[in-house]
Design a protein around this ligand. Structure first.
Ligand code: 5GP
Ligand code: ZN
Length: 113
């Protein structure tokens, strides 16, 4: 499948991987928008947040837990951070493989869109 994030999971595209378990992989964003900018993704190819079924909804909690754990290890947990999931074209999603952005390490703007 021609998916950048599936290729990162498979190791076919190099990336700075920070975390990996049976279901979730996390790696540094190639074009960071903040001092800490990490992508937390499911190993399974799910294109959009809107594709997540009831049965798969636990996956989102696991992704958030990994983001929280990385916020601690990246040293941004105390001051605060932001988790963003873009969904679809107008949601600003460029890579169609579900991902949580973990952003922190500076004061983030109050603007969301
Ligand atoms: P989106 O706009 O889809 O929510 O975010 C996609 C994110 O993936 C962007 O922040 C972009 O910098 C990141 N990204 C795109 N291609 C690559 C890549 O090949 N490697 C890494 N590490 N990040 C990527
Ligand atoms: Zn994929």
């Amino acid at each position: 499948m021609d998916c950048i994030f599936c290729k990162i999971v498979a190791g076919e595209i190099p990336s700075d991987i920070l975390y990996r378990d049976e279901e979730v992989v996390a790696f540094r964003d190639i074009n960071p928008q903040a001092p800490v900018h990490v992508q937390v993704i499911p190993k399974e190819h799910i294109a959009y947040l809107s594709d997540v079924t009831e049965e798969q909804s636990g996956l989102l909690g696991r992704m958030a837990a990994v983001a929280n754990r990385l916020a601690k290890s990246e040293g941004i947990a105390e001051k605060g951070y932001r988790i963003v999931v873009n969904c679809g074209e107008q949601g600003g999603q460029l890579v169609p493989h579900l991902h949580m952005h973990l952003l922190g390490g500076r004061q983030l703007s109050g603007q969301l869109g």
